[in-house]
Design a protein around this ligand. Structure first.
Ligand code: PGA
Length: 256
C-alpha cells in the first residue's frame, strides 16, 4: 500500500499564490515511488492547477463538492464537474460537519458521488473533545465511519480512504492538543474492527487509514509509524512549502 501525504489548504492562497507554490514544489519534487503526494487547493484553483501539475509526481484533491451531478443547486459544484480535474476529494471534514452542518447522510451521498465520478473519497471522521471526555469516541467513530460508507457497495470499498482526524487535535481549534501515537493506535483499531465487522477481513485490510491533526515535520515520523497508519492529512504545515516537503522526505524514510 502507498503512503499518502495530503495537504489540505483550506481557505488559503489566491489562484496565483497556489500556482507559485506548486511551481516551486514541482521543481524539486522527486518521483516518489511509494509516496502519493496530494494537495487540496480552493475549488477555484483546481482547474488551472490541473493543467500545471505533473500527475506522475502529484495529484489534486477537492476539499468538498455537491453530491448531485447537475440541477437547481445554486452555488454548488458537482463531483461530475470535477471528474478528470481531481483524483481525490476530502469529504466530511470536521469543518464541513460543524460549520456547514453536514451530517452522515449528506457525507454518505458525497462519498458515493465521488466514487461514481472516479474520484477517490478521503472520508474524514473524528470525535470532539467533549465526546472523548464522555467516553463516546468508539460510538462516534463507528457511526461516522459506517454512516459515511453506507452508500458504498462492497465492490467499491477498496476505492475509499479513511482519515482519522480528532477534532481536538486540529491546529485551528482553540487550545488544540497533540494526539499521542497510543491514542491514534487505539482509534485505528476501532476503525479496523468496524470495517472488518461490516465488510469482512479481506475487504477491510484494503482501506488506507490516514491521520490528521497538527501534523508537522517534528511529529510526522512518530505518527507514520503508528501501526495501521498509511499516511497523513496535513492542514497548517502544508501551507509552508519547506514543512510539507520535509514531511514527504520523512514519509520516504519511514517507507525505506
Ligand atoms: P492541521 O489541519 O494540520 O492544521 O491541524 C488538519 C486538517 O484539518 O485537515
Amino acid at each position: 500500500m502507498k503512503t499518502y501525504i495530503v495537504g489540505n489548504w483550506k481557505l488559503n492562497f489566491t489562484v496565483g499564490e497556489a500556482s507559485i507554490y506548486l511551481h516551486k514544489l514541482l521543481k524539486n519534487l522527486p518521483n516518489y515511488r511509494d509516496v502519493e503526494v496530494v494537495v487540496a487547493p480552493s475549488l477555484i484553483a483546481l482547474q488551472p492547477l490541473s493543467l500545471q501539475i505533473d500527475r506522475h509526481k502529484m495529484k489534486l484533491a477537492a476539499q468538498n463538492a455537491f453530491y448531485r451531478d447537475y440541477g437547481a443547486f445554486t452555488g454548488e459544484v458537482s463531483f461530475s464537474q470535477l471528474r478528470g480535474i481531481v483524483d481525490y476529494a476530502i469529504i466530511g471534514h470536521s469543518e464541513r460537519r460543524y460549520i456547514f452542518r453536514e451530517d452522515d447522510k449528506m457525507v454518505a451521498k458525497k462519498v458515493a458521488a465521488a466514487i461514481r465520478n472516479k474520484i477517490t473519497p478521503i472520508l474524514c471522521i473524528g470525535e470532539t473533545e467533549s465526546e472523548r471526555a464522555f467516553g463516546e469516541t468508539a460510538d462516534v467513530i463507528r457511526d461516522q465511519l459506517i454512516g459515511g460508507l453506507s452508500e458504498v457497495s462492497d465492490d467499491d470499498l477498496d476505492k475509499v480512504i479513511i482519515a482519522y482526524e480528532p477534532v481536538w487535535a486540529i491546529s485551528s481549534v482553540r487550545e488544540c492538543k497533540l494526539a499521542t501515537p497510543d491514542e491514534i493506535s487505539e482509534v485505528v483499531k476501532l476503525i479496523k474492527k468496524a470495517l472488518k465487522d461490516t465488510y469482512g477481513a479481506n475487504l477491510a485490510e484494503k482501506v488506507p487509514i490516514l491521520f490528521g491533526g497538527s501534523v508537522n515535520p517534528s511529529n510526522a515520523g512518530s505518527y507514520l509509524t503508528v501501526p495501521g497508519i498509511n499516511g497523513l492529512l496535513i492542514g497548517g504545515a502544508s501551507l509552508i512549502l519547506g514543512e510539507f516537503t520535509d514531511i514527504m522526505e520523512i514519509a520516504k524514510r519511514v517507507r525505506a
